[in-house]
Design a protein around this ligand. Structure first.
Ligand code: FAD
Length: 624
């Protein structure tokens, strides 16, 4: 039999990014014992990579901003299939969460009169993103860690959770392997909060790091929770495309927010050519107006409107794909993103300025990223960019107010949970989501734990079984290579279930996923259990295959194009039908994946009124 230590907590938080840390802080403030587990070192979560900022209607830069406009922007960006209650809570509570972060010591960039500075971002009507240069995530993580570390939270680093346990219907605990020692550890807890982040590693080109293999999605699904909206995978329009080794690394939307423009190989600013109807009234009519918007100035007596580069990510990504497909791409298969036009315009019309100093201050990480990785000076030369898999809107289905899934005691928050973003997330809305809904998850998980006496029981047989499953790849001396399988899966998701989707291709993808799943059962690894990347990749395959199948099934079911889902065979939105439903996935009694539609509950009148007002006096078809 297998030896393992057992750690006991009231609340176990799996994932130490922004969502997990915020949940752990809140649960521990409620006085319960909290364990926090993460796959690598504390502080290395995805959140640390966030660049652009945190969206919150603080109204520091534009006094007209308020939660209602933020709510309406989020719903419009999500094309109305969002969970409206979550979008409401998020917009209402984000300012308080940002101010709290400030009170805990976060250093933000400042307005001249000393308030938190806010910047423009795609799909946000007013400058709304609180930021620290282009290193906002780092500051968020630093602050939460510094604050949380003194609250008696037990941290377990380099432990990867691969199975959850239940006691009857209730959640009971989890098993993880310890990367450093190659041993197993078991956690017993009254409540578990999943905060494991995204699924980007299911694709070949991604801004996500190796940790984002959809573990939380899969753990929840295997434990009986539902997944919703899995078809909605966000392809960020601007990742690096060159050199090959760094392909996919993010180029923040902040570059466009600060005046960066997109051009094709003919020098054309192609984004002006295709502006969706529902954004026409909010978009600049020419370059002049777009630049004035960046400076928050007037144009022809009224407020300047956003340049088309700041349309929503789904749209910008598709426009880039079209330019490349039609032969107007950059040498390495992207398009150009450049700061020089703004620099010239600014120097001519506003005042002389030093572009090098200006951009190094506004976009310090981007400056270094291109300098070091591509040998390119972004203050003088255009960048080459193209879409990269960035974020998943879909995830664990949870209650809007408490973040609990349908498995009693199992909560989820952050990127691995779903609802708030609908068909497309606005930039900046993730960091605020982590804080707002992470706090709620921690609060309600603690309450759930407090209402229960005695720890749940974990069946030792189930632990043995899980450990044996994890060790099986060592037993085979010959078999499939885990890296090979992972690579094949990434290629197939990239090619067949990517930015542009078609039924025949996705049916092929499903077949291939099924074959890969069979091959994965025969995967073999060798060597020690300590720090064995082959073994870890072998275990990750289960999660990657599960989320890949879920994405593909949901994308097949939604026979329309909406937000991040673009169907070549159904290029139009079908708001009367598909605009009123979510896809819901659960494991069937036979162990197979089942998928169905579920109608979105009707929105209360007061929220409908907000949307009508922000939408020029008419309700969008989805809400009629
Ligand atoms: P993460 O921060 O991803 O943390 C996940 C945690 O779970 C990690 O600690 C990991 O180790 C752990 N974990 C995962 N699996 C397991 C397992 N099996 N067992 C144990 N632990 C596990 N959003 C914005 O709003 N604004 C931005 O400016 C912005 N910029 C971004 C820039 C980049 C380059 C990227 C990649 C994303 C950006 N995003 C931005 C998105 C945002 O950063 C993420 O959506 C968000 O940080 C996710 O936070 P999280 O807490 O849900 O998970």
């Amino acid at each position: 039999s297998i030896n393992y230590p057992i750690y006991e907590h009231d609340v176990l938080v799996i994932g130490a990014g922004g969502a997990g840390l915020r949940a752990a802080i809140e649960a521990s403030a409620a006085g319960v014992s909290v364990g926090l587990v993460c796959k690598s070192l504390l502080g290395k979560a995805h959140t640390v990579m966030a660049e652009g900022g945190i969206a919150a209607a603080l109204a520091n830069v534009d006094a007209r901003d308020n939660w209602k406009v933020h709510f309406a922007d989020t719903m419009r960006g999500g094309q109305y299939v969002n969970n409206w209650r979550m979008a409401q809570l998020h917009a209402q509570e984000a300012p308080a969460r940002v101010k709290e972060l400030e009170a805990w010591g976060a250093v933000f960039d400042r307005t001249p009169d000393g308030r938190i500075l806010q910047r423009n971002f795609g799909g946000h009507k007013y400058p709304r993103l609180a930021h620290v240069g282009d290193r906002t995530g780092l500051e968020l993580i630093r602050t939460l860690q510094d604050y949380g570390i003194h609250r008696g939270i037990s941290v377990y680093m380099e432990r990867t959770v691969f199975r959850l346990f239940k006691d009857g219907e209730r959640i009971a605990g989890a098993i993880a392997y310890d990367r450093e020692r190659g041993r197993f550890v078991v956690f017993r807890a009254k409540a578990i909060v999943l905060a494991t982040g995204g699924v980007g590693r299911a694709y070949k080109i991604t801004s996500n790091s190796w940790e984002y293999t959809g573990d939380g999605h899969t753990l929840a699904y295997d434990a009986g929770a539902e997944l919703i909206d899995m078809e909605f995978v966000q392809f960020h329009p601007t990742g690096m495309v060159w050199p090959p080794g760094v392909r996919g690394i993010l180029v923040t939307e902040g570059v466009r927010g600060e005046g960066g423009v997109l051009r094709n190989s003919q020098g054309e600013r192609f984004m002006f050519r295709d502006i969706p109807d529902n954004y026409k009234a909010q978009t600049a009519e020419n370059e002049e107006e777009g630049f004035l918007y960046v400076l928050a100035e007037k144009y022809q007596g009224r407020d300047a409107r956003r340049p088309p580069e700041l349309l929503t990510r789904d749209h910008v990504a598709r426009c880039i794909v079209r330019e490349v497909k039609e032969g107007r791409g950059s040498p390495h298969g992207g398009v150009f993103l450049e700061l020089q036009t703004f620099s010239r315009w600014y120097a001519q019309r506003v005042k002389r300025f030093d572009p090098v100093e200006h951009w190094k201050k506004k976009l310090p990480s981007m400056y270094h990223q291109f300098k070091e990785l591509a040998g390119l000076d972004i203050t003088r030369e255009p960048m080459e960019v193209g879409p990269t898999t960035h974020y998943i809107m879909g995830g664990v289905r949870v209650d809007s107010d408490t973040q609990m899934s349908r498995v009693p005691g199992l909560f989820a928050c952050g990127e691995c949970a779903a609802g708030i973003n609908g068909a497309n997330r606005l930039g900046g809305n993730s960091l605020s989501d982590l804080l707002v809904l992470g706090k709620r998850a921690g609060e309600y998980a603690a309450r759930y734990a407090q209402e229960r006496t005695g720890l749940p029981v974990i069946d030792a047989g189930q632990v043995e079984e899980a450990a044996r499953w994890a060790l099986a790849p060592f037993e085979r001396s010959q078999g499939e290579n885990p890296f090979q399988l992972q690579q094949e899966l990434q290629e197939l998701m990239q090619n067949l279930v990517g930015i542009v989707r078609r039924e025949d291709e996705m049916l092929r993808a499903l077949e291939s996923i099924e074959q890969l799943r069979r091959r994965a059962q025969n995967v073999a690894v060798s060597g020690n259990r300590e720090y064995n990347p082959g073994w870890h990749t072998a275990l990750d395959l289960h999660s990657l295959l599960t989320v890949s199948e879920a994405i593909t099934r949901a994308a097949l079911l939604r026979k329309e194009s909406r937000g991040a889902q673009f169907r070549d065979d159904y290029p139009r939105k079908d708001s009367a039908q598909y605009g009123k439903v979510n896809t819901v996935i659960a494991k069937g009694p036979d162990g197979r994946m089942q998928i169905r539609w579920e109608p979105i509950p009707p929105m209360p009148q007061e929220l409908l009124d907000i949307i009508r007002e922000e939408n020029g006096g008419v309700l969008p078809e989805e809400l009629r």
